[in-house]
Design a protein around this ligand. Structure first.
Ligand SMILES: Cc1cc2nc3c(=O)[nH]c(=O)nc-3n(C[C@H](O)[C@H](O)[C@H](O)COP(=O)(O)OP(=O)(O)OC[C@H]3O[C@@H](n4cnc5c(N)ncnc54)[C@H](O)[C@@H]3O)c2cc1C
Length: 405
């Protein structure tokens, strides 16, 4: 029997060749090791290799998103800068949201400096009374001619202290049911009416912040989508967030599991007990399973945004990372208790792990940030497995009539 490629497969091969040739050109014209990061990332964006599935002219080539893996592997192998590390919220969540919901003017204005990291972004969703139940948020936006006046408080806003722009969701119609009354905006984080205060984590770092808006005026042209589209806009952000956090496909044996293997290998022989080896191997198998699951999800991904199945990688990676670093600290024995300083610092980027002890403390947040593990299970149960839904007593009531503290 002769096996022939389907039209889709041969088309993909042609796309792969095209992308591969563009990467070769990029690396030849801008060798990453001798090119300054902003120039390299700008050239990568202009070649359509930033987010390959974005439209032509806006950092992409309108191709299947799985081709991004091919690009990333080649450029990172040559030492290229990584936007996801320096501008994680911008790269993983805000950029994809602007690409789907932004006007042509917004895409042109925001995407390139976001990708080059000349402008850092933050995501202003969570509030003191609205985290998992984000659609119940209370910050208000009131129209005043061609502007919207926004008031309220956001919390846990990662990198707000270095952000140039924020993706803000506020309630613009309190009489509508909670999901229908939201609107999304791009907000200028340098406006004098925006106040950013650090929130210290148990690592000692303040990666995130409280953000207060007091009569902050935002032009209507900075809306993403239309009035009342805020929930749908946010879903684009949240779906991308889950894949950005939990969908990584490291090379086999790399990623967080490498830290465990290195810790194991550095142990004196008498501490490499069979019981500990068994635990290390179980974690290695879980890491490999997650890697293969994410490869499969990436292969199955069609054009457009990730679906609810992104919650698999998000939930699994959170629990795995916590277990890996707990095991590392366990293997380190008394050394695992040593910690440099809890003095508050305000880092310029998130997720900097200079020690295993710090990584252990920071990983505890993995099952909270980007949606808790319990909420991921709800999403998978309801939207992937079709199980009966969570109890939602406020779904059909106007937000203004829902009792709250
Ligand atoms: C490190 C870090 C960075 C973050 N960065 C940002 C950011 O940049 N921008 C931003 O907007 N937010 C950010 N967050 C906030 C994050 O999205 C919220 O903390 C998260 O959604 C949970 O909300 P909450 O803290 O209000 O907890 P709650 O929603 O109050 O949840 C409390 C507990 O109840 C459980 N629970 C709640 N509802 C249900 C349910 N229906 N079924 C079962 N269990 C439930 C939760 O799982 C949790 O255990 C960050 C958080 C962390 C830890």
């Amino acid at each position: 029997m002769t096996v022939t490629e389907s039209p889709a497969e041969s088309a993909l091969t042609a796309d792969e060749q095209r992308v591969d040739a563009l990467v070769t050109e990029l690396l030849a014209a801008y060798p990453p090791k001798s090119t300054d990061p902003t120039t390299f990332l700008g050239a990568q964006f202009d070649a359509g290799l930033a987010w390959v599935h974005f439209p032509v002219g806006h950092g992409g080539l309108g191709l299947n998103p799985k081709l991004q893996k091919l690009i990333n592997e080649r450029v990172f192998a040559e030492g290229a800068p990584h936007t996801g590390a320096r501008n994680p919220i911008g790269h993983g969540m805000c950029g994809p949201t602007v690409a789907v919901w932004g006007s042509e003017a917004q895409k042109t204005r925001y995407l390139r400096p976001l990708f080059t990291c000349e402008e850092i972004w933050c995501q202003l969703f969570s509030e003191p009374g609205a985290g998992s139940d984000f659609a119940g948020l209370s910050s208000r936006g009131v129209r005043d001619g061609d502007e919207w006046i926004c008031n309220g408080q956001k919390v846990w806003t990662t990198l707000a202290h270095v952000a140039r722009w924020g993706l803000l969701v506020v309630r613009t119609d309190p009489q509508a049911v909670k999901h229908a009354g939201l609107t999304a905006f791009v907000v200028d984080m340098h406006a004098p009416t925006v106040e950013v205060k650090p929130l210290r984590q148990m690592t000692g770092e303040a990666e995130f912040n409280e953000v207060f808006f007091t009569d902050t005026r935002i032009p209507s042209s900075e809306m993403l989508g239309g009035p009342g589209d805020g929930w749908r806009v946010s879903l684009t952000t949240l779906m991308n967030e889950r894949v950005s956090i939990g969908g990584a496909i490291p090379a086999k044996g790399s990623g967080t599991i490498r830290d465990l293997v290195k810790t194991w290998q550095a142990l004196p022989a008498e501490r490499q007990t069979p019981a500990a080896r068994d635990e290390v191997m179980k974690l290695w198998v879980r890491a490999e399973l997650l890697r293969l699951t994410n490869i499969r999800a990436n292969q199955n991904r069609k054009m457009g945004d990730p679906g609810p199945e992104g919650s698999i990688g998000k939930g699994a990676s959170a629990e795995l990372n916590k277990d890996i670093y707990a095991m590392i600290v366990d293997l380190m024995g008394a050394d695992g208790m040593l910690y440099g300083s809890y003095e508050m610092t305000r880092p310029a980027s998130a997720l900097n792990f200079d020690t295993m002890q710090k990584a252990f403390l920071r990983m505890r947040a993995n099952s909270i940030e980007g949606g808790t593990t319990e909420v991921m299970k709800n999403i998978l149960g309801e939207r992937v497995l079709g199980l009966p839904g969570d109890v939602r007593v406020d779904r059909d009531r106007p937000w203004s009539e829902v009792p709250r503290n």
